[in-house]
Design a protein around this ligand. Structure first.
Ligand SMILES: C[S@@+](CC[C@H](N)C(=O)[O-])C[C@H]1O[C@@H](n2cnc3c(N)ncnc32)[C@H](O)[C@@H]1O
Length: 225
């Protein structure tokens, strides 16, 4: 999968997406993430990309000309059949695991990060971007939201996770929260690992895990049932 990010802070995207599993997938060529600086497309002498809103009001808006020029240029970098453009926005549909799976089936995502008070509405019309929010709260910019989306979608792309890092039985993906997990030592500060996990009976382990997953979900996220 190829992901292009249109941003005022390309270093932030590169830094966050250069680490850990996503960084490894990029190095292996399984996932391409390229950040593009919208300021490079500004005609302004001081590389400004924002302006005051018509009708008055607080703050500044990202203007259509540099953002759309950046978009047009980035779009030409690849010609992949399933390409989707997304504007990270608190007004958007909230990202879920299910929607992340759908996004992972695309060939290419183009992510637009807003800043200031947001963007000129005509950018959405020009690019056909879908608005996606990472939660019902407001961030200062779309970059962290883009990194969240890249992380959660990227790990679902074939070849990104190794078999030990399999995502199929995780919290939410399975429709329930994950069961509790333990590793060595067997007893830590007087707290022992549940016996059933030490006895080697796979069927009993499976039943215990299922019962614990139900218990955790009822307690912490009853809305998932
Ligand atoms: C301060 S916000 C602008 C908020 C805008 N004035 C509004 O009320 O909808 C600046 C940028 O941060 C990003 N952003 C803020 N909250 C977000 C969220 N929950 N999910 C995704 N992106 C968000 C968007 O790209 C937005 O353009």
């Amino acid at each position: 999968m190829r992901i292009d990010v249109l941003t005022l802070f390309p270093e932030l995207i590169d830094r966050v997406c250069g680490e850990s599993i996503i960084g490894r997938a990029r190095k292996a060529g399984v996932l391409t993430v390229e950040a593009h600086n919208i300021r490079d497309y500004s005609d302004d002498r001081r590389r400004r990309v924002d302006d005051t809103p018509y009708g008055g009001g607080m703050g500044m808006l990202m203007a259509a000309p540099p953002v759309c020029a950046c978009y047009d240029s980035v779009l030409k970098l690849a010609d992949l059949p399933k390409t989707k453009t997304i504007y990270l926005s608190p007004k958007g549909r909230v990202l879920t695991q299910r929607y992340a799976s759908y996004l992972a089936s695309q060939d290419r995502l183009i992510l637009l990060c807003g800043h200031y008070e947001g963007i000129d509405e005509r950018i959405l019309e020009e690019t056909g971007a879908e608005e996606i929010s990472i939660g019902d709260y407001v961030l200062t910019g779309g970059e962290l939201a883009a990194c969240v989306l890249i992380d959660c979608v990227g790990r679902l792309v074939d070849g990104v996770l190794s078999s030990e890092e399999c995502h199929e039985i995780e919290s939410i993906a399975a429709g329930m929260l994950e069961y509790p997990q333990y590793t060595r030592p067997e007893v830590f500060r007087g707290r022992a690992v549940p016996r059933v996990l030490l006895e080697g009976n796979h069927e009993e382990v499976r039943k215990w895990r299922y019962a614990e997953a139900v218990k955790q979900t009822k307690k912490k996220r009853p809305d998932l049932f």
